[in-house]
Design a protein around this ligand. Sequence first.
Ligand code: IPE
Ligand code: IPE
Ligand code: MG
Length: 239
Amino acid sequence: MAEDMNRKGPEHVAIILDGNGRWAKKRHLPRTAGHAAGSANVEKICRDAWDLGIKYLTLYAFSTENWKRPDSEVKALMSLLGRYLDDCMAKCNKNNMKVTIIGDRTGLSDNLQDQIRRLEEMSRDNTGLHLMIALNYGGRDDIRRAVVEIAEEVKKGALDPEEITEDTISERLDTAGVPDPDLMIRTSGEMRLSNYLIWQLSYSEFYFTDVLWPDFSKKDLAEAIDYYKNRDRRFGGVK
Ligand code: IPE
Ligand code: IPE
Ligand code: MG
């Protein structure tokens, strides 16, 4: 049995950072205080992830569905994101961290789009942790945008429909060039995907914990990695 196990740690971990609101509620604080605590935890977990041997970390920060929240909460989240991106610009080169954003950035403010452009540009050659932040991201929207691109190429005659492979699609997703996540973690006890990376997670191991995101620590991340190491990944085959 033991030789069937993974032993190797995950190269790419995707996290649904959930539970900021409940963290705040428990403390009789406004939901936005939970988001501030959650945002502070992101920087810490990036360091921990690199220490624990993770190469790619993808964090779900704002979904295409999160626009349904009250205006005041959306505003607070966007302003925290802006602050986080500023902070990242100040520190990414020192930390050798590469940062890219996935999701439909055209739906974000001009100011955020400008910050994203600058951050991606200044960190592009860094060789440490590759952090991907999912912002205005939806798995279905990711696929929809890829389909539009493919349809346009077919219309121009640049692509033959007969030649469309799974790679044709993968290469047009926001995560192009990055290996699929090995491990997906969701905090706060919810067991659903909420439209996260639905194509890319098709063979990932899933780990759920009741810990709320602002409390999620290096120890919790190490536990998730241990869980992963004990999984037997068969990818449909026989071992
Ligand atoms: C996750 O925390 C952060 C975002 C979705 C932006 P929530 O805000 O969803 O927290 P809960 O689920 O209400 O506790
Ligand atoms: C998923 O969390 C989105 C992010 C973490 C950004 P939600 O809290 O929005 O998901 P649901 O509404 O519980 O499915
Ligand atoms: Mg939630």
